[in-house]
Structures are given as structure tokens and as C-alpha cells.
Design a binder for this molecule. Structure first.
Ligand code: SF4
Length: 248
């Protein structure tokens, strides 16, 4: 079974509650959504995996597909000092699209005593059920349809939240916001979280796009944070950091 990983690199987590933590990233191809602001190259036509062995060097080794789980495990154990990493970030694209691969790979990651950090768009709840026992941290998106330009995923998000909250994994929720946020949608997202638990940390992440006009104003961000605090206890406004630092 090919492991459709596009990139392997060691860097800081650039978003969310664990911003700045050192992680080893395994970035999977493909996604089940197509957000208007997506800035990630996720197609798998290249048929190889690009690995940055010296962190920050922007020098790459190319590992041709097909790649087996054992190849990936050998490669990361031989080339990275895993003891210096907070966790291994399983990211994409949407990694849960590759549930069968994850079912094989995550136990191997646990075997080498590493923590699994799942970055997900929070929609593929049936797939999540199959691997959640191997996951230590979940960074789950809730997509606002007006910002993401996709159909509403409220039902999927709710089911996804249920699966995570029935597990031992640590969860925070990330919501990408732009100046064009629809307040009703934002409130729907907050209500959905509150319905499950009020102690889930929510991160509001301002979108970064070429059209700078879509970047929220300070007034909007602070207002949305106050609004969110009517529903949940802990709300942070955190922009993406890796782009500022020119890191992968
Ligand atoms: S869920 Fe993430 S990877 Fe998928 S299209 Fe949206 S922004 Fe891109």
C-alpha cells in the first residue's frame, strides 16, 4: 500500500495552540474539501515525497513513490532526532482520506514512543473512529462556509467532535476567519462547540490571502473573541507564524 506523503520536514508548528512547538511533519496528499483559501499543494501527480533532512535548509531529497510504511519509519528514524520533537504532525491535505494507511502507520509511530498530532478539517468522522486510539492531539478545523467557500459541514463537524471527545486525545478547535465572516455562521460554530463542552479551547485564525482586504480588522477580531467567550471559556486569536519566519 503506497503511503501518499508529499513532504517530510522538521519545523515549528505554525498555527494554533501548539504554535512554536517543534514537530516532525508528514504531509499527506489529497483532501475531501476544496476551500477557497487553500494554500497547500495537495495533488499527488508528482508521485514522490520531498524530504528536508537538514531543518530550514530548503535542500530536499526526493523519495520516489510507492513508499511503504516501513520505508517512512526507517527514513524518519535515520534522519531526524525525534527526541527533540514534541510530536509527529500528521497533516495534509486531509490525512483521514488515507485512513487505511494511518491504521498501519500510527501504531508504528506509537511503537517508537512518539506522540501523534493530527491536523484535520474535522469532517471524516467515520475514518477518525478507526484511528483515534492512536492519536494524542487533535487540531480540528470548523469551517465557516462563507469564508471557506464550501458547503456547510456542521453535521460532520458535530459527529467529529463527538468521536474526539469520547477519546483520550487532547482537542482544540481552529476557525479560520476573514473580514467577510457571516456572524450567524460564527455563532453556529460556537454553539456547536458549546453543545458538546465549554472547556474546548477555540483558536480564531485570521486568513492570509493575497487580497489583503480579506484580513480581518483588529476591531472585528476582538469583537469575535468576546462573542466566542459567551459560549466557551478559552478563545485565542493566533495568526500563522511559520509564514512570517519563512519556515516550511
Ligand atoms: S481542508 Fe485544508 S487542505 Fe483541504 S482544501 Fe481546505 S484548506 Fe486545503
Amino acid at each position: 500500500m503506497n503511503v501518499p506523503i508529499l513532504e517530510i520536514f522538521s519545523s515549528i508548528q505554525g498555527e494554533g495552540l501548539f504554535i512554536g512547538s517543534r514537530q516532525l511533519f508528514l504531509r499527506f496528499a489529497r483532501c475531501n474539501l476544496s476551500c477557497g483559501y487553500c494554500d497547500t499543494s495537495i495533488d499527488d501527480k508528482g508521485a514522490s515525497c520531498k524530504a528536508e533532512v537538514i531543518p530550514g535548509s530548503k535542500e530536499f531529497t526526493y523519495l520516489p513513490w510507492p513508499l511503504e510504511v516501513k520505508h517512512i519509519m526507517e527514513f524518519i528514524c535515520e534522519n531526524y532526532n525525534l527526541s527533540k520533537h514534541h510530536s509527529i504532525s500528521i497533516t495534509g491535505g486531509e490525512p483521514l482520506v488515507h485512513c487505511l494507511v494511518l491504521k498501519e502507520m500510527l501504531p508504528e509511530i506509537k511503537n517508537i514512543k512518539q506522540k501523534v498530532f493530527l491536523e484535520t478539517n474535522g469532517t471524516l468522522y467515520e475514518e477518525l473512529k478507526q484511528i483515534i486510539d492512536y492519536v494524542d492531539f487533535v487540531s480540528m478545523d470548523i469551517k465557516l462556509p462563507g469564508v471557506s467557500k464550501i458547503k456547510p459541514c456542521w453535521y460532520e463537524h458535530e459527529k467529529f467532535l463527538e468521536v474526539v471527545l469520547n477519546s483520550k486525545a487532547y482537542l482544540y478547535v481552529k476557525i479560520v476567519v476573514s473580514s467577510s465572516v457571516n456572524l450567524d455562521e460564527l455563532k453556529t460554530a460556537f454553539k456547536l462547540i458549546k453543545k458538546k463542552r465549554t472547556d474546548i479551547t477555540v483558536v480564531l485564525q485570521p486568513v492570509i490571502l493575497k487580497e489583503k482586504t480579506l484580513f480581518p480588522t483588529s476591531k472585528q477580531l476582538l469583537y469575535w473573541q468576546e462573542l466566542a467567550l459567551d459560549y466557551v471559556n478559552d478563545v485565542r486569536i493566533i495568526p500563522q507564524a511559520h509564514k512570517l519566519l519563512d519556515l516550511l
